[in-house]
Design a protein around this ligand. Sequence first.
Ligand code: HEC
Length: 271
Amino acid sequence: MVRLFGFGAGLVFVIALLVAAVLPRDAVPEDPIKKIHLYPRDAQWQHDGPMGLGVFGTFDRAQLQRGFQVYKEVCSACHGMNQIAFRNLSALGFSDAEVKALARSKEVPSINPQTGEPATRPALPSDRFPDPFPNETTARLANNNALPPDLSLIVKARPDGQRYVYSLLTGYDKAPPKGFETPAGLHFNPYFHSVNIAMARPLNDGQIEYADGTKATTDQMAKDVTAFLRWASEPELEVRRQTGVATMIFLAILTLLAYLTYRKVWAGVKH
Ligand code: HEC
């Protein structure tokens, strides 16, 4: 009797599953944004190495300096980079005197030693890049209630970060498809996840004058600032790669020695 009951319960389940599999389901409404959203564009940097394999490449110091110039003159009006100190810039090929001068040109919050009142002072090489806004509320107030994220680690924080940031910065010249309304205060950019971004187009041809005379096209500036942000997200990239290659060579030699030792030790033993 119990066995029959068990069989009956199983049968009910099987029938329920079969019915569920056959019944027509409501079609899931397709997200219209999915059709418009684009994957990052293809782009290559010297530090990605041959064929973009990311094994041997080293940073192009001139490009990093140009990228820093773009950050300093454009992006830093809205975005902080609080993981990077001015002294880290010496890795970009700036001399100590240049680093000091770059730091001195920015003001950082401080306290007046006489009165104890909040004050500002010129930055020192040991100071991190100052935030453009005193707090989140003022940052949102100035940006249509959106928060410009800190850019120190943005390349690591987004999938396919380098190509994403580059595509985002160069993705403003596409018009939205017909019938697609961009909400007021937002800007159409098919590389942003919602395709409507609160950041207005930050880069335009000829907007800055590069210190090294390179032509400042939107594409060039986007590439350079992305390289700079890639460096910022992993300043130890080159050392890591060098250590990796040295380790592989060491392991290859060690393997060879181990094999030769094995041959020698077992040479006299009959199989
Ligand atoms: C006028 C202010 C302003 C300037 C200048 C500006 N941004 Fe932005 N940025 C924003 C705001 C606001 C957001 C947040 C957008 C949102 O969430 O819709 C943002 C978001 C971003 C994001 C993140 C997008 C994401 O996936 O979340 C990146 C990357 C970025 N900006 C890079 C840059 C770079 C590089 C520059 C300089 C070339 C720059 N921005 C200049 C205001 C600015």
